[in-house]
Design a protein around this ligand. Structure first.
Ligand code: GDX
Ligand code: MN
Length: 413
């Protein structure tokens, strides 16, 4: 039996309640837990309506507020980690499932399918969805790119949607994650990256299940809504950059699991249909983004640009006169990414605006040169871009190892 968790902030209470009801009605769900931020409108409405759903479904449903467990911005991470704590301390259930609360296409088979994956032995099951070619730009350009550049031989870059908020974990996984300082301290949007990273780090086999009808949910207002998420997701990757898998596996106490250089058992279900609207949807406001490149320049930002290759600095600065983004191709983004890994400071406002502009120029370059050539072309490109990043970094690492060995031989003779 399992616990289903919905972290929520300010959402349409009807949508949340409907999802709670779907979960509570599921025959294999023992308990539903809603984790709110504060006693605002959504919380009050749930408080009022949950007793009825409880009676109708005869399922335990609890509503709690998130605790302050981490030390970053108090956000979704505190919410999810509070649920992990509750799961370990207040229940003896075997599995925990998370779902975003704002989903309007949620259905019982999302739960069934995940549980069936767990039934056949996968301690981690993640949902993945068809996404428009201009959607998921943090996932592709920040998270998957970072995974490919930093841990090219691990399973990480192969994970379809490493930031997805829909996943199942076995109790043994939760026990591990809950002891991990990096996980508990990550109270913000970085939490999804942390769960993904450490579940791979600990070598837990992972199944990804494809939900073909897609995840429809609350839309973003402006691209700036993504800024906080972008900063926190990059900050998370940056905080992990010195971790190596081989070290971890040596220290790991999980002798019975196969930890091989971050190569875990990982299966992804073949993606079947792609719904029509996914082909047609545009993920963001293109014109609005161009304006964002031109606004909010400070002299400190201009100075920071000196840390980057010249074509990045000149290309981005040109936006003060008119839109400029075609310089930020795949290769330039890779170089930019390495500079960011070394110098970015997530607590500094100028850095926040600068990474936002750099990323926006990458997204616009991709959109206008690749995505415009159609859905299949764009998806092929994105996957092969990650392949090229992995390949590049893996080669660099091999070169380094060879050089070190040579030096070692030289010094011993
Ligand atoms: N308890 C709690 N505390 N819940 C929160 C908080 C918070 O501070 N902030 C957001 N939530 C809830 C929210 O109500 C929703 O149920 C869920 O977390 C996701 O938030 P939403 O604003 O809908 O995020 P968005 O932009 O849809 O992103 C989600 O999907 C991304 C993805 O799949 O790519 C979110 O789960 C991301 O973590 C994920 O990267
Ligand atoms: Mn959402």
């Amino acid at each position: 039996m399992c616990l289903v968790v919905f972290p929520f902030k300010k959402e349409n209470p009807q949508v949340v309640l409907n999802n709670v009801k779907i979960a509570a009605e599921h025959p294999r769900v023992e308990e539903v837990l809603c984790v709110g931020v504060e006693k605002e409108e959504t919380y009050r409405s749930l408080e009022q309506n949950i007793p009825t759903v409880k009676m109708e479904t005869n399922t335990e449903i609890n509503l709690i507020l998130q605790e302050r467990l981490g030390n970053k911005r108090p956000g979704k991470g505190d919410g999810m980690n509070t649920a992990l704590k509750y799961f370990l301390e207040e229940t003896d259930l075997e599995r925990i499932l998370f779902f975003d609360s704002d989903i309007t296409t949620f259905a019982p088979h999302w739960i069934t399918k995940a549980l069936e994956g767990a039934d056949i032995g996968y301690p981690v099951v993640r949902h993945y969805f068809p996404r428009a070619s201009t959607d998921a730009m943090i996932t592709w350009m920040i998270t998957k790119t970072g995974f490919a550049l930093l841990w090219p031989t691990s399973e990480l870059p192969w994970i379809e949607q490493p930031l997805g908020g829909e996943l199942l974990m076995h109790r043994s996984v939760v026990e591990k994650l809950f002891k991990e300082e990096d996980v508990i301290s990550r109270s913000d949007w970085g939490i999804d990256t942390m769960y993904t990273f450490y579940s791979v780090m600990y070598g837990f086999p992972m199944l990804e299940i494809y939900i073909s009808e897609g995840k429809l949910h609350k839309l973003y207002g402006k691209l700036t809504d993504l800024k906080t998420m972008l900063v926190e997701c990059f900050d998370t990757i940056q905080s992990l950059k010195d971790k190596t898998f081989s070290l971890m596996s040596k220290n790991s106490s999980m002798e019975n699991l196969s930890v091989c250089n971050g190569g875990i058992v990982h299966r992804a279900e073949h993606p079947h249909e792609v719904p029509a609207d996914v082909f047609e949807k545009i993920g963001f406001d293109i014109e609005g983004s161009m304006t964002l490149l031109m606004e909010n320049w400070t002299s400190k930002m201009e100075e920071l640009l000196d840390l980057f290759p010249r074509r990045v600095r000149d290309g981005l600065l040109a936006n003060k006169k008119g839109p400029s983004f075609s310089f930020m191709d795949e290769h330039t983004w890779r170089e930019t990414y390495f500079v960011l890994l070394e110098h970015f400071d997530a607590t500094d406002e100028d850095w926040q605006e600068l990474i936002f502009k750099l990323w926006t120029s990458r997204v616009l370059c991709y959109t206008t040169t690749i995505a415009l050539r159609g859905y299949y072309f764009a998806m092929r490109y994105l996957y092969s871009m990650i392949d090229r990043y992995m390949n590049y970094s893996a080669r660099q690492i091999i070169k380094k190892i060879k050089r070190a060995k040579k030096d070692e031989n030289n010094s011993s003779t």
